[in-house]
Design a protein around this ligand. Sequence first.
Ligand SMILES: Nc1nc2c(c(=O)[nH]1)N[C@H]1C(S)=C(S)[C@@H](COP(=O)(O)OP(=O)(O)OC[C@H]3O[C@@H](n4cnc5c(N)ncnc54)[C@H](O)[C@@H]3O)O[C@H]1N2
Ligand code: MOO
Length: 932
Amino acid sequence: MDPKTLPGSEKSYDYVSVAAANSAVQKHCKALPAVSIPLQDALHRVLAETVVASHPFPPFRASIKDGYAIRAADGPGIRKIIGNAWAGPACGFTVTTGTAAYITTGGALPEGADAVVGVEQTQLLEEGKKVLISVEIRPGAEIRPIGADIPQDEVVVEAGQRIGASDIGILATIGKKTVRVHQTPEVWVISTGNELKDETQVVASDFRDGQICDCNRPMLIAAARAEGANVTDGGIVTDSEAGLLQALRSAITGGADVIVTSGGVSMGDRDYVKPVFESLSSSFGGAVHFGRVLMKPGKPFTFATLHIPVQLHAPSMGGRTVLLFGLPGNPVSALVTSQLICLPALRTLSGLVSPMLRRVWVTTEQDLPMDPVRPEYHRARVQWDRSSGLGGSLLARSTGNQISSRLLSMKGADVLMEVPQGSGKIPKGSQVSALLINGLEHMEQLYTPEVPTPILPNGVPWTAGGMSTTVSSPSSAPAVVSALPEAVKVQCEAFAFSKLVQHLQLRTDVQNIDQMTLAGFCRNCLAKWYAAGAHAQGLDLPYDTACEMVYGMPYKSWKSQYQTPSTPEQLAQYEANKHLFAKHPESSKANLSVPLLSTTASTLPEAIKVQCEAFAFSKLVQHLQIRSDVQNMDQMILAGFCRNCLAKWYAAGARAQGLDLPYDLACEQVYGMPYKNWKSQYQTPSTPEKMAKYEANKQYFAKHDEAVDSSLVAISARVVSVPSTGAVNAAAGLGLHSDVCSSNAGLADTTPKVASLPSPAVSLGSRVPLRASILTVSDRASAGAYPDLSGPEVVRCLHNFNESQGQPWNLSILTMKVVPDELETIQEILAEWASPSHQCNVVITTGGTGFSRRDVTPEATQPLLQRTAHGVMTMVQQECSKVEPMAALSRGVAGVCNQTFMVNLPGRPKAVQESLMVLMPMLTRIVQDIND
Ligand SMILES: Nc1nc2c(c(=O)[nH]1)N[C@H]1C(S)=C(S)[C@@H](COP(=O)(O)OP(=O)(O)OC[C@H]3O[C@@H](n4cnc5c(N)ncnc54)[C@H](O)[C@@H]3O)O[C@H]1N2
Ligand code: MOO
């Protein structure tokens, strides 16, 4: 018979995208019921309860040291030892004035004692009857107060998370004996094909007779077991309808929640899986949901559900849904579809709240061919390439020939690179999105760090790693960033930071408040970052000293000489922008593994200074990467430098080390992407007024040291001492300006004017938990034609805004999905997210709000809204219209469905950002009021 005419052939099914396939599958997955099990059996199970600490830990005041429990007020001197407070049962005596008790680490502090002194600071006298305390001890020293590690009522583990070793430890700490976990799914795995032999029974002659070993079954069993499923081996069935039907029926009566078959699902005349799924689902009142997926490999993947009525075969197993997955026979196709679709389904059944594969960005090491019809999941290994981008990036190496029979293409693969459908190739060096398929256990670091975590043992200067060994030739060797050793990068960053500081020391006319308002950082931020860099190296550098490094004089002298009083307008703008300001890593102390040594700038060894400067530069760059709304043009006009100046200084730093670092690559270090990408994504056209200002200010612009002295001496000549007057005039003589900040001149300026946006409508200190789910609506993003940038932009904005709060929200992102512009699909997801079981109180959609025929997000949302919030949308549109004349063309709606606030945002990442700036300050209030 002609396969085309076969009922149940792949051809009789329409293509669905992977995203649509996953959302169809997930719709039929529900976490299995909960059971209680002993804690020691709970590893890798998924919690069905959120656990709070029933009592504090430590439950008593505990000693941090082996030493003596004392009364701090007694001061240094001799104490009578009155007994032992070993870790274990409480000692029962009281430490009084003039006495001490020996105590061990973890011992409960005796009554009366309020501090511990380590044995190192004591000396035993009179054969151990007395002890000499040689130092001043403050009350509370070396004591962990009650609840210091785990406060009572703290949430220690959350429902929907997989239990790891640390969770077991935490739960044991609080005395939890049993935990509620979800049942594990029952999975049956069956192979189909006359050519297949069980590997335990194969003999050499089989291979000459057209037989091969069945690899799919053991592989898919292993994959499901690795997810914690309870797997039954359903064996091999020959290519016959009756045989397959029989095997599936056994699995159903055997209690399967999920049945996975492989092979026989395409267009051959013996491909019986689709017809058998069809006939089974029609007799069980289920359905075959799709039979062709737009993906390579994995096209014929088929999904069906069966509704098993109560009392069929085994009464205890009735009334349940069975998921049938028909995987393609080609082994790679089977494994890839399993990872992309089946395993997430198993995770949801197991109770995990976040079941999908995690997406990262990787840089391709090779050209990637594109398939003209299907998006491809190209397998690759990754390595951490410290030398690319800020802080490094994942470099992906293809596993070679991607034909779907070649299982070696899965060997060692860490990611599935998402190569969109298209013609030609994606050139090597491109950034592509990729899904993580393992824990990166194959990953190697491309460069072993040449600069170890610096430690200052006993004040011996630590030497900066390997400059002279790695950069041997002073001649201008061509350099690529990927080849820059860590130590050279540190020097470049330190150099660029010094140049920036030097520039700002000359430009005393530039006010901190203006820099804060415009760009969210000022000289004091540089000083804080500098001090944080010192902290990271185990040094307690006072903030005042760090300021001196930046200002070239004590901050108070600078203030009195150069700081001009702020106008009320400046102050108002400053206040309104506070949430966008740089966050200072003040708490970096907490991460230290070495004790802080106090120091002053004069005792800072040169190598440490370099590290501090490099650290501060990285923080600045990081800040500017997040603040993509800050335009180079505005920075130039205001302060005479911009990102490109930082890049030029960076390149000059490389030149000073004998390396010819192309300017483009230096830009990439600063922008975190090629400059032209940044321009097209974030640079907005300048107004004629701005251009005029730019021209008028040129004489104040930074000089870029085109012909920087190649000697490294230049690097150490970093902080100039500035004459107290005439500094601006000095700067005026510097001449050169950045020529790359003002392209696309002449059009209307659409930079988001965050300064004009309203300040928060309510106090944000209430810590209303915000549990948000984000739906990206886009035909093309859901088909994989391009990566979804808008959903991640929503998350980025929420997190950034949250981080900028004095008291951050309790913010969690519950779910993110990308769907095509299909009214029903959108509505189904929104309805599900607004249902009480989803526990989300904010749903943000992005995309599909315009006027084109496919834009239906508002139509999908409106019928769900029991109460609409016109005012919110009007406000968002009004404010956004000030910066984007087309903002009114978004037809988004907002309102309340059940206990959930829903809002439609436009699809472009920039529009998402602009809208959220207005919306975010109102969100907590809305959520709070809904819940009141
Ligand atoms: N005329 C067309 N032929 C095929 C098309 C098509 O569009 N037009 N699609 C191809 C694609 S894409 C795939 S993927 C495969 C899927 O085929 P089936 O799912 O029907 O699988 P089989 O034909 O049974 O086997 C394919 C291949 O895989 C080997 N295999 C199967 N099971 C196992 C196993 N358990 N262990 C090891 N190897 C297995 C089998 O021997 C075949 O070589 O169809 C293409 N054909
Ligand atoms: O879809 Mo098939 O899985 O390309 O090999």
